[in-house]
Write a protein that binds this ligand. Structure first.
Ligand SMILES: NC(=O)c1ccc[n+]([C@@H]2O[C@H](COP(=O)([O-])OP(=O)(O)OC[C@H]3O[C@@H](n4cnc5c(N)ncnc54)[C@H](OP(=O)(O)O)[C@@H]3O)[C@@H](O)[C@H]2O)c1
Length: 299
């Protein structure tokens, strides 16, 4: 099967390309040159924000299934540049959905817990979104444009994505390891409840959703444990045997451009019932994260 992945240089997209290329023909679409380890895939450079190029790449490849993981993910960057957030997260998703419609391809568009306001999480798929801030609004509109235009479409929501694989971008989890290893303190929000998602686990769930189910609509494919960021940092530290200061801070005491959902988190019971690739509880996810980190150190 010809499967395309957008955001292929990203945390989740990169993990998906690695998993797919063992079994399928893969078109990996990213902005700029490929930063993935070499593998059995074709690379296409295309900008989700430029109007047509991603749509053209998908049509030319005659994609049969598309995992749309590309997005402007810098939450405060989106707040500074809402037109860019619209162009990439809504316009880019529109391009992908139009191509899927024309090709009869199945689409899974990846989205976020930020579509919720964070007043009463963890949230299930049937809870009503109430996005706050430019990133959140653009992702919610992206969900709708995907579901509207692509006839065979699911939206997969994840949260606080992280990975320990070599070359993966820096995240809160990797910063906890790096700072504590250097003896530096870590600041963590005590009032933000999240459902951290190991990229490789999120990729496995979203790919199964794409290729092995006909589920349509929204599905939460995040990690199985909702916890606050201080607790998350402490568990990362414990798994790595690291001591040091983890200083709790409150969101309101830090100057952030975009609002953050506080009592967020995603309920994943539906994914657990539907998929063979199960949402990982935090300790199992951190075991894998630790293993990735150790093999990257050895590489
Ligand atoms: N990261 C999180 O904590 C998080 C949380 C909830 C939901 N999500 C959602 O999960 C999905 C996957 O994100 P991720 O976690 O893998 O984040 P990521 O590592 O930031 O990946 C996003 C990818 O999109 C690419 N991209 C950005 N602008 C682009 C453009 N104009 N044209 C083409 N590609 C562009 C980025 O390219 P570059 O690598 O060149 O920057 C990056 O590779 C997204 O839909 C995101 O909204 C992420």
């Amino acid at each position: 099967m010809r499967v395309a992945v957008t955001g292929a240089n990203g945390l989740l997209g990169g993990a998906a390309v690695a998993q797919l290329s063992e079994k399928h023909e893969v078109l990996a679409i990213g902005r700029g040159p490929c930063r993935l380890s070499p593998g059995a895939f074709t690379w296409a450079e295309a900008d989700l924000g430029d109007g047509r190029s991603v749509e053209a790449a998908l049509r030319e490849y005659r994609a049969e299934a598309v995992l749309h993981a590309g997005a402007m993910t810098d939450v405060d960057g989106c707040e500074r540049e809402p037109e860019g957030a619209w162009r990439v997260n809504v316009g880019g998703t529109e391009q992908v959905a139009r191509a899927c419609r024309a090709l009869g391809a199945r689409l899974v568009a990846v989205s976020t817990d930020y579509v919720f306001d964070g007043e009463a999480g963890p949230y299930g798929e049937d809870d009503l979104p109430n996005p706050r801030g430019a990133y959140a609004r653009s992702k919610r509109c992206g969900e709708e444009v995907a579901l509207l235009l692509a006839p065979d479409c699911a939206v997969a929501r994840v949260a606080v994505v992280y990975s320990g694989r070599a070359g993966a971008k820096s995240t809160f989890a990797t910063q906890v390891v790096e700072k504590l290893s250097r003896g530096e303190p870590v600041k963590a929000f005590s009032d933000q409840v999240v459902s951290p998602t190991l990229a490789e686990s999120g990729a496995a769930m979203t790919l199964e959703l794409l290729l092995a189910t006909d589920y349509r609509g929204v599905l939460h494919t995040a990690g199985a444990t909702a916890l606050d960021r201080v607790d998350f940092a402490r568990r990362v530290a414990a798994r790595f045997g690291l001591r040091g200061e983890i200083a709790p801070v409150r969101t309101a005491d830090v100057k952030l451009l975009a609002p953050r959902p506080l009592q967020a988190g995603l309920r994943v019971d539906r994914a657990a019932a539907l998929l063979r690739a199960k949402p990982l509880a935090i300790d199992a996810a951190l075991d894998r994260f630790h293993g990735q980190w150790m093999s990257r150190g050895a590489a």
